[in-house]
Design a protein around this ligand. Sequence first.
Ligand SMILES: Nc1ncnc2c1ncn2[C@@H]1O[C@H](COP(=O)(O)OP(=O)(O)OP(=O)(O)O)[C@@H](O)[C@H]1O
Length: 254
Amino acid sequence: MTIEAHNLVWGVGRKTIVRDVSVSVQKGETLGLIGPNGSGKSSLLRLLAGLRQPRSGDVRINGQDVARVSRRALARQVAFVQQNAATDTNVSVHDVVKLGRTPHRSALAGWSAADEAAVSNALAQVDMQSRSGQAWQTLSGGERQRVHIARALAQSPIVMFLDEPTNHLDIHHQIEILRMVRDLPLTSIVALHDLNLAAMFCDRIVVMQDGALVACGSPGDVLTEALLHSVFRVAASVSAADASERPHIRFRSE
Ligand SMILES: Nc1ncnc2c1ncn2[C@@H]1O[C@H](COP(=O)(O)OP(=O)(O)OP(=O)(O)O)[C@@H](O)[C@H]1O
């Protein structure tokens, strides 16, 4: 499923937060969104997912303008994993993931075997199957994050938006979650702070700065020492990357 965004502008009051961003994502692609704090990554993700209306510009998912698709129809196609999402506290892990099935169920239909299979597959994909009955409020931060990802997977989306999905995760689960996202047969757009993880797992990377898209391309094309200095204000060495190798960044402390 392709995503095409043209000239997106969004802001609050007099403040412009997303400045004239155009981007296209191919079917099955994993696109990374990087940029300093406050550069507009979450705002852009929300616009692309149809959760916010742009002031101008439009977003088309498989040719359909997201502003004209009903919320329910959109939820059958698009899942969004928020940063630090909250959940009602008095529920089990299974109940949280079950919510992902809501867009696929009619008011009259009961809970089906297919719904149950989607929930248990999603829990297995994030390594949380054994915690199905555990109370949500007793989970650690990283476990909660994995359960929110499972809820998105249970939605059986065609496009998945993830806002810093590796927050709170240990290094094993950071790598496992991003590997899973990359390997899923979905189009994914992932906001990430860890530039080496972005280099490892993204097909292409978009760089945001002050609400504008300042670079877009393969990890090797985008993650240059000059860009790391000008956008992220860090001194770093990037290992020589050829077409077959992904860049690796070593930050310098001086
Ligand atoms: N509803 C809002 N009202 C006012 N300002 C907002 C609103 N939403 C976002 N902003 C501002 O817009 C800018 C971009 O925010 P956004 O959350 O998109 O950045 P980000 O790149 O995701 O940041 P981070 O890496 O810190 O998560 C920030 O300066 C933020 O304070």
